[in-house]
Design a protein around this ligand. Structure first.
Ligand code: UD2
Ligand code: MN
Length: 536
């Protein structure tokens, strides 16, 4: 174990806001071991003396998380034991596993979150598997990240600090760490993470099986207010989102639940959030690392998700590997003239243009509609050299359930045969009220519906739902079929139990199908069903 000098954080090391008065706050709220095993640290702000309250308030504004609370927790704390319980019986043949270099990139990170990330790696990783921890500083400006950080790290020979002289953005920072890494696998982390016990062994075990597997831990949320660490159940996969080309969390698809044999088997995940994963050095290199033109933040996760799958690899989510991560409430990365808006759309535009084929039309900037995407010919050549498959292949084989706004099997407005100038309207997207018919307006807003592969009738994340009442209402799409599964036969929109959507007055109801005009609808057929037959 590393030494324990991480227990006290000296205020000398911190920029604004100052350290909490730890002794006072601990007494006030009866905190003996704040945050131990991922317990939340509960502070009643009203009971803080005025001076402390000011620090408490400021720290959130500066960082997008409550640094004040983070600073009350020792730099070394115990993390929860990973769920499911079956993980406790898993044995790993450590001498047979490859070593890894852990790369942690940071830019103006707070002292306590950064060093808790480092300590959690050192404390929860078998020394024989950890070649080194490479901290890559993307030209931070905060004082505590200069001399004080170097002095602190001097006690930890496995930790190496690499500085970038200029601000280069997270992708290039990761690549600097990657290029400096001395082992055959590299594991990336954000600078506000906490690894659970045995987080690394199951990741390495998968990459050792097949170097084209990219192994991703379960991302646990470290609460940005109280720093409690969740232990998720059930776990979620990451999926791509349109039109932004970002990621979202989703339930493990039904077919994947059927494919795996136990709760702890690796799960095929269509995408990754981007911050934490283990990859073999040779595979990341073959894949051309990240597009060198990506700036600051965003899009690199989409690029890697697509090219790993489309170019012959696989992304696996490893149920027994857990890493906590603080999700900020806000961030605004920019430098010089480069604004977050510009870099995000430029990045995702480049990725969409290179990897999405015809589907790029469903994104915001793959043809440079919003901001210039530059020259992508090198990246297209890389895709050809690697002989990668099409995006359509990805949809059919990796993520058939993926819903792309505008790409429904049926798409467009839904008109009533009884009142041909009236369309189904999502109005103000309120739930728990019957959907209304309003005059068709042809400008998209509220009247464009997609029928998804799962038979949902969707308007973005909202679905037509008819459960406990006979009204047809809007509800958040859940992807589980049931009350959100419909069929359209060119005339009626019905459930598999013979109930049809009908107009009554100006709202939508579900009633027994009888072929009447009030149950007939026109809706534009957009394309054939994707290949979903194996799993529903
Ligand atoms: C998510 C990912 C993040 C990255 C991002 C998209 C997780 C949990 N997080 O956003 O890793 O893939 O999506 O790009 O999967 N940083 C720099 N230089 C910069 C900006 C940021 O080094 O110019 C560092 C930053 O200190 C942090 C990392 O990059 O360690 C990711 O940034 P973030 O934590 O703000 O991103 P996050 O978690 O919101
Ligand atoms: Mn992060």
């Amino acid at each position: 174990m590393a030494n324990l000098r991480g227990d006290a954080v000296s205020s000398r090391l911190l920029s604004v806001p100052d350290m909490p008065d730890v002794t006072l706050v601990k007494t006030l709220f009866n905190l003996t071991r704040p945050g131990d095993k991922g317990q939340p640290v509960l502070i009643d702000k009203q009971k803080l003396p005025a001076e402390e309250r000011l620090k408490y308030d400021l720290s959130e504004k500066e960082n997008g998380f409550r640094e004040y609370v983070s600073n009350l927790i020792p730099l070394r704390r115990r993390t929860p034991f990973p769920k499911p319980d079956e993980c406790q019986n898993e044995m790993y043949n450590i001498p047979a596993l490859p070593q890894t270099s852990v790369v942690i990139i940071f830019m103006n990170e707070t002292w306590s979150t950064l060093l808790r990330s480092v300590h959690s790696v050192l404390d929860n990783t078998p020394a024989s598997l950890l070649k080194e921890v490479l901290l890559v500083d993307d030209a931070s400006e905060r004082e505590h990240l200069k001399r004080p950080l170097e002095e602190y790290l001097a006690d930890f020979p496995k930790v190496r600090l690499i500085r970038s002289k200029t601000r280069i953005g997270l992708m290039k920072a990761r690549v600097i760490g990657f290029d400096a890494a001395a082992s055959s696998t590299v594991t990336f982390l954000d600078s506000h993470c906490e690894c659970f016990q045995r987080w690394l062994e199951p990741l390495l075990a998968r990459v050792a099986t097949d170097p084209k597997i990219v192994a991703v831990p379960v991302t646990e949320t470290i609460n940005s207010e109280n720093f409690g660490i969740e232990n998720s159940n059930p776990i979620h996969v990451a999926i791509l989102t349109f039109p932004l080309l970002s990621y979202d969390w989703a339930y493990v698809p039904k077919r994947e639940k059927q494919r795996v044999k136990s709760l702890i088997d690796p799960i095929h995940t269509p995408a990754m959030a981007g911050g934490m994963f283990t990859i073999s050095k040779s595979w990341f290199e073959r894949l051309g690392k990240y597009d060198p033109e990506l700036l600051i933040w965003g899009g690199e996760n989409t690029e890697l998700s697509l090219k790993v799958w489309m170019c012959g690899g696989r992304i696996e989510l490893i149920p027994c590997s857990h890493v906590g991560h603080v999700f900020r409430t806000h961030s605004n990365y920019h430098y010089g003239n480069v604004k977050s808006y510009y870099s995000y759309h430029r990045n995702t535009g480049r990725v969409g243009n290179v990897w999405l084929d015809d589907y790029k039309k469903f994104t915001m900037n793959s043809d440079g509609q919003l901001v210039d995407i530059g020259d992508v010919s090198e990246r297209k050549r890389l895709r050809e050299d690697l002989d990668c498959k099409s995006f359509r292949w990805y949809l059919n084989n990796v993520h058939p359930e993926l819903y792309i706004v505008g790409d429904g099997v049926y798409n467009g407005d839904i008109r009533s045969a009884l009142q041909p100038s009236m369309c189904v309207d999502a109005r103000d997207y309120s739930y728990d009220v019957a959907l209304e018919m309003l005059p068709c307006h042809d400008n998209g807003e509220g009247q464009v519906w997609d029928m998804s592969e799962l038979g949902e009738i969707r308007h973005s994340i909202h679905c037509m739902d008819s459960g406990y009442s006979k009204e047809v209402q809007l509800a958040r799409c859940h992807g589980e079929g049931g009350h959100q599964a419909w069929k359209y036969d060119g005339r009626s929109i019905h459930t598999e139990f013979g109930d049809c959507i009908a107009i009554e007055g100006h709202v939508l109801f579900r009633q027994a199908c009888d072929g009447s005009l009030s149950q007939q609808w026109t809706w534009h057929k957009n394309r054939e069903q994707r290949n979903l037959t194996t799993h529903i």
